[in-house]
Design a protein around this ligand. Structure first.
Ligand code: FAD
Length: 293
């Protein structure tokens, strides 16, 4: 791609309100100018509506020239439901799917026909062969439900053997966790590109709540600095930018093949990070980012 050979992608979620919708459109338009490799759109995550994903995919594809990759989860869905979504995505010209297990809603016990992401990947390959690029989730700090680190990586390997082409990681703030994970995966015979997922820091309490749920560690020195800023959002954001910039810099210097930004439907922080990192961005966009900074 165009960014010093790094693969750069951005994740959005389907908004629930009109205002949220406008924010998403504004963010996607601003980010499209840096010509990312793709946008991804979450599916049923955090209670968002699943059919919202299809609507956002259609809308982004219609209005912008960035390829769009819908996320697709398999838990609690039938093979038939998934197959018909795949047919729909094919008809829309979608070429890439982010294939995940998903999490059961509170109180639901039955996983349905497909228990793990590897089952979903088998289904995608069985029904559509090599048509889609398949991205999967990877966990440098290991998945919170895994029995142990080795089993978790061996389960990741099952996804690769089933036909995953790339992986995007859960976010993390300790670059050593990523590099250690990459080495561990290589030792166990996993060689697909593993792209770090980057979560900008803009609000400490929300981040702490979400991190506790998904098992991402906020190192103590970061948590304590952030919590000391209290309601001072400006300082939280300035420090957050410093931390995530340093993280991205180390990841790129250490050979990470790209960056995937969890945007939370906001463009500014991710774009500022790209500019600070000196990842090639068209001149006109650099000017716009500087004006907003
Ligand atoms: P899997 O790879 O199936 O792994 C889940 C757990 O099961 C792990 O502990 C693994 O070790 C274990 N396991 C796997 N296979 C086996 C096996 N054969 N036998 C025994 N144990 C096994 N969630 C959403 O709902 N919507 C989204 O849009 C979404 N987007 C995401 C994007 C990214 C980049 C990431 C990293 C996560 C995303 N998630 C999303 C969250 C994801 O659904 C959860 O993390 C979920 O708990 C695991 O999904 P997975 O695909 O990694 O699962």
């Amino acid at each position: 791609m165009k960014h010093n050979s790094l693969r750069i992608s951005f994740e959005f979620y389907p908004p629930k309100t009109d205002e949220g919708h406008k924010n998403l459109q504004k963010a996607a338009l601003a980010i499209a100018k840096v010509e990312p490799d793709f946008f991804s759109v979450t599916y049923g995550a955090g209670g968002s509506l699943q059919n919202g994903t299809v609507a956002v995919v259609k809308e982004l594809q219609k209005s912008l020239s960035v390829p769009v990759a819908p996320h697709l989860t398999c838990i609690n869905s039938t093979r038939e439901e998934i197959s018909s979504l795949l047919t729909l995505y094919k008809s829309l010209g979608v070429k890439r799917i982010v294939a995940l297990r998903g999490d059961l809603p509170a109180g639901v016990q039955n996983t349905g026909e497909l228990k793990f992401a590897s089952d979903l990947i088998h289904l995608i390959r069985d029904t559509t062969q090599d048509y889609f690029q398949i991205e999967v989730g990877a966990y440098p700090e290991f998945h919170p439900q895994s029995q142990n680190a080795l089993d978790d990586v061996l389960n990741f390997k099952k996804k690769v053997e089933a036909g995953a082409t790339n992986a995007i990681t859960q976010y993390f703030y300790n670059p050593d966790a990523y590099f250690n994970y990459i080495d561990y995966c290589a030792k166990l015979g996993i060689y697909i590109p593993i792209i770090p997922g980057i979560m900008p820091i803009t609000h400490f309490e929300k981040l702490a709540r979400f991190s506790a749920l998904c098992g991402a560690e906020i190192p103590q020195w970061i948590a304590k600095r952030l919590s000391a800023y209290g309601d001072d959002e400006e300082s939280v954001q300035a420090f957050g930018l410093e931390v995530v910039y340093d993280l991205c810099q180390r990841l790129i210097a250490g050979g990470a093949p790209g960056l995937h930004f969890y945007t939370l439907n906001q463009a500014e922080v991710s774009l500022r990070l790209l500019k600070l990192l000196n990842v090639t961005v068209p001149e006109a966009v650099k000017y716009e980012i500087e004006m907003k900074a």
